[in-house]
Design a protein around this ligand. Structure first.
Ligand code: EPU
Length: 419
């Protein structure tokens, strides 16, 4: 087990570079399965979820070349269409291998995907979408088996049950290869979904409606290799902004533009964080932090659920009462007992809502993290607390944040990692 040992109280200062988007790189890796030519992905974050995805590729027989944020994959030869349970269980995004394997080989076997335990996390929208497209499924024990349903593919319109991010990505990946035109309605529009579409267009796919809830995909063209650069991780951006604010510091976030970050920046500005565009990137300073009546997650362009845990730490340092509301996940909030142990004033109203009164003086503690985002929230709380904190199961944080110890150390934090 990895632990972070953090001595709180240092104001963060200096420059930090945001890594490639954790949730864009995963569907882009899956897109490599759609072509027999080489794909070069750049700005790939060094996260454990990327490692786990590469493990699946290797198990399928694909050679992986990796160097300094660049991955080269050639999926000309694939040895099998079975996702091994122990590998697929490592991450939710293993479900993204299902669409490409179905589209290319007409069959796949896979377990229910793993990932953070933050809620029910069904895959029904994926399965319903695949079934509408022309596939059928059976389940034996824990293993799902998918194959063609025996009928011809047909042009059609499919309304997704909910605008799920990974389900939308799976539909796009599948429809890009099957030889019909499919219009999907009620799609997710997160920047990482748009990023996947841009990459597929570079590969020669015909996709209309990028960034809207309706995507029209004319599939069946032979897709080629391409070079694609993963966009910046907006959740990591918001996380470092909060790190600066709760330590009363001042940091510059390299290379970022404010455009497109409004769903994250706007609520934080209302809470007193200042963002200033500079030649270098974005300067972040903490003004006097204040509560807002309600901070509620939504599908993009709403405030992202993946920012909620760290935003609760911001609310502990803001004057007044903030109602933090995450309707998406029923277990997201359950880590707040750790913040309460550290001295935060938080009332759990129900599984989806907490009332946070601030500002509170946090004290260092020995803490276990239940999931990736809660883990990073505990890191931020520890940075602003008095005394020493130990964050256990830190490898969960490394599933989604690249190089977190080095980045925070560069900014002046006292943090070390021990095994
Ligand atoms: N949901 C709804 N209504 C909606 C949209 C979603 O009820 O309109 C529910 C779903 O039923 C599910 C939950 O919200 O319980 C999450 O939905 P979704 O299926 O979209 O999640 P996902 O596609 O499995 C991706 C990210 C998650 C992120 C969610 C929501 C990847 C690999 N994962 O998951 O990322 O929380 O979208 O934005 O892209 C993380 O990075 O820490 C993480 C968990």
């Amino acid at each position: 087990m990895a632990q972070y040992i953090i001595e709180g109280g240092n104001k963060l200062k200096g420059k930090v570079k945001i890594s490639g988007n954790k949730n864009e790189v995963l569907p882009c890796l899956a897109a490599c399965l759609l072509t027999e030519e080489e794909i070069i992905l750049k700005n790939v974050p060094g996260t454990a979820d990327v490692e786990a995805s590469l493990g699946i590729f290797q198990d399928l027989g694909v050679g992986v070349f990796r160097e300094d944020g660049i991955i080269k994959l050639n999926c000309q030869k694939i040895n099998k269409t079975i996702l091994k349970e122990d590998l697929a269980n490592k991450l939710r995004a293993s479900i993204l291998f299902v669409g490409p394997l179905l589209a290319r080989f007409g069959k796949v076997e896979f377990p229910h995907p793993g990932g953070c335990v933050i809620g029910r996390r069904s895959i029904d929208t994926h399965l319903d979408g695949f079934i509408s497209l022309g596939f059928k499924f059976s389940i034996k024990g824990d293993i799902n088996k998918g194959s063609r349903n025996g009928k011809e593919f047909k042009d059609q319109e499919i309304f997704l049950d909910e605008p799920s991010v990974t389900a939308t990505e799976n539909m796009i990946l599948t429809a890009a290869l099957i030889p019909v035109t499919t219009t999907f309605k009620n799609c997710a529009v997160e920047p990482h979904v748009v990023g996947l579409c841009k990459m597929l267009k570079k590969m020669g796919a015909e996709i209309e409606g990028l960034g809207t809830q309706t995507l029209k995909i004319s599939g069946g063209k032979k897709l080629s290799g391409c070079e694609y650069t993963i966009g910046p991780d907006n959740v990591e951006f918001g996380t470092y902004a909060i790190a600066a604010a709760v330590t009363n510091g001042e940091i510059e976030i390299e290379g970022e533009d404010l455009d497109g970050l409004e769903p994250i920046i706007k609520p934080f500005e209302r809470m007193g964080i200042k963002f200033l565009k500079t030649d270098y990137g974005i300067k972040v300073t903490a003004g006097s932090l204040k509560a807002i009546a309600e901070l509620k997650v939504n599908i993009w362009p709403g405030f992202p659920t993946d920012m909620m845990s760290v935003a609760i730490v911001l609310a502990t340092q803001a004057r007044g009462v903030t109602l933090c509301h995450d309707w998406m996940y029923e277990s997201r909030m359950f880590f707040v007992d750790k913040l309460i142990m550290m001295g935060a004033y938080i009332t759990l109203a129900d599984p989806h809502r907490v009332l946070v009164s601030g500002p509170s003086k946090l004290r260092g503690k020995n803490l276990d993290t239940p999931d990736l985002r809660a883990g990073m929230a505990l890191v931020l709380a520890a940075l602003s607390a008095k005394g020493t904190s130990i964050i256990n199961r830190a490898e969960l944080i490394e599933r989604g944040y690249e190089d977190v110890v080095n980045k925070l150390t560069e900014l002046g934090a006292s943090i070390k990692r021990v095994e």
